[in-house]
Design a protein around this ligand. Structure first.
Ligand code: 5GP
Ligand code: MG
Ligand code: MG
Length: 179
């Protein structure tokens, strides 16, 4: 059984590269089908850091005209009355009236996605869709519909393929689960 050690933790192979690539093929086919039908030009919003590999591999398979931009959601403490504030960094394009497709590496509780969704809505797009490579249905507490899901996985901690443990493991082409 293939394993990796990152710092103090051991991980075992759970989701080999070929399976990931196959899931991405299916997501790309659905997106291509939907946008070929509507004739709209999707505007992909890739959420850094985790989504960089998924974004690269997915977009190589998109066959309709499309745009992509990379964002980060920065969370900082506002004034005591406003509490935590989320700021969307990196989206300089005008996306008014556009159909956005958020690209996420993983949706766990859905809190990050909800915050991002709120920020994107302020930019008055026509529609916001969500594509995530991985989804943890047991952990999900959100109410945002996930339009394109690569794979639903158990509620375990994983690394690889863009996902990190304390900054490490993003470079791994396979996905591993914490033992
Ligand atoms: P959420 O807000 O949906 O709970 O979590 C989203 C973020 O938490 C993801 O973008 C990712 O950075 C991190 N995350 C959630 N689950 C995992 C996991 O199993 N492994 C890693 N490495 N990060 C995770
Ligand atoms: Mg993410
Ligand atoms: Mg992380």
């Amino acid at each position: 059984m293939k394993q990796v050690k990152l710092k103090d933790k051991e991980f075992r192979l759970s989701y080999p590269e070929a399976e990931i690539q196959n899931d991405i093929d299916l997501v790309a086919s659905k997106i291509n089908h939907d946008f070929a039908k509507s004739g709209e030009v999707p505007f992909f919003v890739s959420v850094l850091n985790g989504s960089f590999m998924f974004t690269a591999d997915l977009l190589k398979r998109i066959t309709v005209p499309c745009e992509v931009s990379f964002v980060k959601l920065a969370s900082y403490q506002g004034t005591s009355s406003t509490g935590k504030v989320n700021e969307l960094i990196g989206l300089n394009e005008n996306v008014t009236g556009r159909t956005l497709v958020v690209l996420e590496d993983i949706v766990d509780t859905g809190i990050t996605l909800s915050k991002l969704y709120e920020e994107l809505r302020k930019l008055n797009p026509k529609e916001i869709r969500v594509a995530t490579l991985l989804f943890k249905p047991e952990a999900y507490k959100g109410n945002i519909k996930l339009d394109y899901i690569g794979r639903s996985i158990p509620n375990d901690f994983i690394v690889g393929y863009g996902l990190d443990y304390d900054g490490l493991g993003r470079n791994l082409p396979d996905i591993y689960t914490l033992i």
